[in-house]
Design a protein around this ligand. Structure first.
Ligand code: SAM
Length: 233
């Protein structure tokens, strides 16, 4: 039996590439996502009452990795990328049906050029990810205080982030067009996006990441991520 799924819309986010996207939602609180609905769902009736919920579940399609298929075993980054775990015991993007789920914070609903937009924050999704469903987060059912996870009980440790004078000057010029940009860069780099093996083998490397249409470069110095430049691509 095949099930056809029609996306209800797509989400616009700052993340232009998989590199540096946090591993789960809520880790980069200033990452804003705006869901733009497909024509059929471009109707405020679909969202009536949604403001009564502080948080929402987004169900989405891992569209950038779906074609690569899946295997029964994956190597979760939390296990250093060396140990294997069943795909259904993981939150890997490489899975049957390529369905992802993320809890995000509700921000607002508005109209923009005849487009219904649902704004949320704390996203861990690539720009233009197809959204297949939205549901309210229901604390009494979804927030299980007895829940445990031997693999990932707590959020990853954060790195300290500092800005060069060049980066601070560039940020102050960009500030009016990209609200909370400095916070976004800081929160993204605090997650230490480097691949695990680089942490010992690439001490002087300059890293780059795209957020919106900006290129951010940084280097690690004495366990601190130092932002070197923030420039338009
Ligand atoms: N919270 C979701 C879940 O548990 O289903 C996603 C977890 S998954 C480990 C998070 C990673 O998915 C991000 O770091 C990013 O690299 C990747 N990702 C986000 N959007 C994607 C997309 N549209 N296609 C493929 N990979 C994506």
């Amino acid at each position: 039996m095949n099930i056809a799924i029609q996306p209800i819309g797509k989400i616009r986010t700052p993340y232009q590439e998989k590199f540096a996207i946090p591993r789960q939602p809520g880790l980069v609180k200033s990452a804003i996502g705006v869901i733009e609905f497909e024509k059929e769902f471009n109707d405020p009736n679909y969202l009536r009452g949604i403001e009564k919920f502080s948080h929402l579940w987004l169900l989405f399609h891992f569209h950038k990795t779906a074609e690569q298929g899946f295997k029964p075993l994956v190597r979760p980054p939390r296990l250093g990328g060396n140990q294997k775990q069943g795909v259904f015991a993981s939150r890997s993007t490489f899975r049957p049906n390529s369905i992802g789920m993320s809890v995000v914070k509700f921000a607002s609903v508005d109209w923009h050029n005849n487009q219904l937009c649902l704004r949320v924050s704390g996203v861990d999704l690539l720009d233009e990810t197809p959204i297949v469903d939205i549901k309210p987060y229901v604390p009494y059912a979804d927030n299980l205080i007895e829940a445990s996870s031997e693999l990932a009980q707590t959020a990853p440790e954060l790195m300290q982030v500092e800005f060069s004078n060049d980066a601070l000057n560039q940020l102050s010029k960009l500030n009016s067009h990209y609200p909370s940009l400095k916070t976004l860069v800081k929160e993204v780099l605090a997650q230490d996006p480097r691949p695990a093996y680089h942490k010992t083998t690439e001490p002087d490397k300059i890293y780059g990441v795209s957020l919106y249409d900006l290129n951010i470069q940084w280097r690690v110095s004495k366990q601190i991520n130092v932002v070197l430049t923030v420039q338009k691509k």
